[in-house]
Design a protein around this ligand. Structure first.
Ligand SMILES: N[C@@H](CCC(=O)N[C@@H](CS)C(=O)NCC(=O)O)C(=O)O
Length: 224
């Protein structure tokens, strides 16, 4: 979502290649020399992997609109938030797969619109196993779920403060907006967690930048 929005903001037409979860790791190694998505191959053959390196490269290739402020102090704060955002991705990622292992009926909602959409009947059977495997890849467990939920108010407070300071949520989305808003938007797909996010300005900011995100994890998935 981060890179797709950056391409759109820069007016760069692109085609999305969707890869099935887990199978993408060897594919990415072969094609991009790394194990993760997102990655981009430009028409001139230039390839890059990783949301942050990709946004730097996009600013070089298509300077307008810039994703980093010209003011050195603001730029440093945006880069700092973006770097934290790269780590913060792990929170919704771990929570969603922990939730899917427990509530596999939610799988189809997260694959809506995908060419790899999983029929409900199939996801009920294989879902918990797949979610368990993906949890291992991302280091998710009952303990990380507890830690992530307990740390969430602090993380959200940092985002709220940055919105309050105008570093996030400005007229022109910057690299930190594009990095953090998708993670907050994904947290809003978790009915148990959404009220926490809705209590501040982060929910409206994330929805404004990423209105349509598939996925709905029913309430009661996470222990009260
Ligand atoms: N944080 C990096 C990597 C993103 C990332 O972790 N993507 C996941 C998507 S599920 C992935 O491909 N993980 C595979 C792995 O790292 O094992 C970025 O923003 O580009």
């Amino acid at each position: 979502m981060t890179v797709a929005r950056a391409l759109e903001l820069k007016g760069v037409p692109y085609r999305t290649v969707e890869l099935p979860e887990l199978v993408h790791i060897p594919h990415q190694r072969l094609r991009f020399g790394g194990r993760s998505v997102p990655a981009v191959r430009f028409e001139d053959g230039v390839k890059e992997i990783g949301s942050r390196p990709l946004l730097r490269l996009l600013d070089e290739r298509v300077p307008e609109p810039p994703l980093l402020p010209a003011d050195p102090d603001l730029r440093a704060r945006v880069l700092d938030l973006e770097a934290w955002g790269d780590e913060f991705q792990g929170v919704p990622r771990r929570l969603i797969f922990w939730g899917l292992r427990r509530t596999s009926s939610a799988f189809p909602s997260y694959t809506e619109g995908s060419r790899w959409r999983v029929p409900a009947a199939v996801s009920r059977v294989v879902g918990p196993g797949v979610a368990g495997m993906v949890m291992r890849v991302h280091g998710a467990s009952d303990e990380t779920t507890r830690e992530d939920l307990e740390a969430l108010p602090g993380h959200l407070a940092r985002i709220e403060a940055a919105i309050g300071d105008g570093v996030l949520g400005g007229e022109q989305p910057n690299a930190a907006d594009l990095q953090l808003a998708p993670s907050v938007r994904l947290l809003l797909t978790l009915d148990d967690v959404a009220p926490l996010v809705e209590s501040g300005r982060a929910a409206a900011w994330a929805r404004a930048l990423f209105p349509d995100v598939p996925g709905r994890m029913p309430a009661g998935t996470f222990p009260t």
